[in-house]
Ligand binder design. Sequence first.
Ligand code: RB5
Length: 141
Amino acid sequence: MLYLASDHAGFELKEGLKNFLTEQKIEFEDLGCDSAESCDYPDFGHALAEKVLANPESRGVGICGTGLGISMALNRHVGIRAARCMSVEDAELARRHNDANVLVLSGRQTTPELATAMLAKFLATDFEGGRHEGRIKKIEI
Ligand code: RB5
């Protein structure tokens, strides 16, 4: 299962990703927001973190204007590794090296095409484990 969440500044990009997911027949749940009306990214970041932690096999996508604020909210939750990505390589390495469970995107700096390519790579890439296993364990304090 893939959970999606954004504030108003990520709403449009989130809608575009939903079209891609529907075409690809990838199951998802949209946790909001539901319009481009101003709202607060922590509300959606925390809701997304709770869903991903409750379903350990799931992944998430969080979007705000820059991707920074929603990352901060997500990464306050132990067990969430939210990676703000700006390239397909970021999305790949976030999975391979960091076992990221949430892809974070910038609604204002990312085109729908790049967002789709990053999401496809994020979903298709496995964690490498090995030397990275101990490193991600050290993230939790
Ligand atoms: C909203 O204007 C904007 O501040 C928010 O989407 C995000 O970029 C915060 O980090």
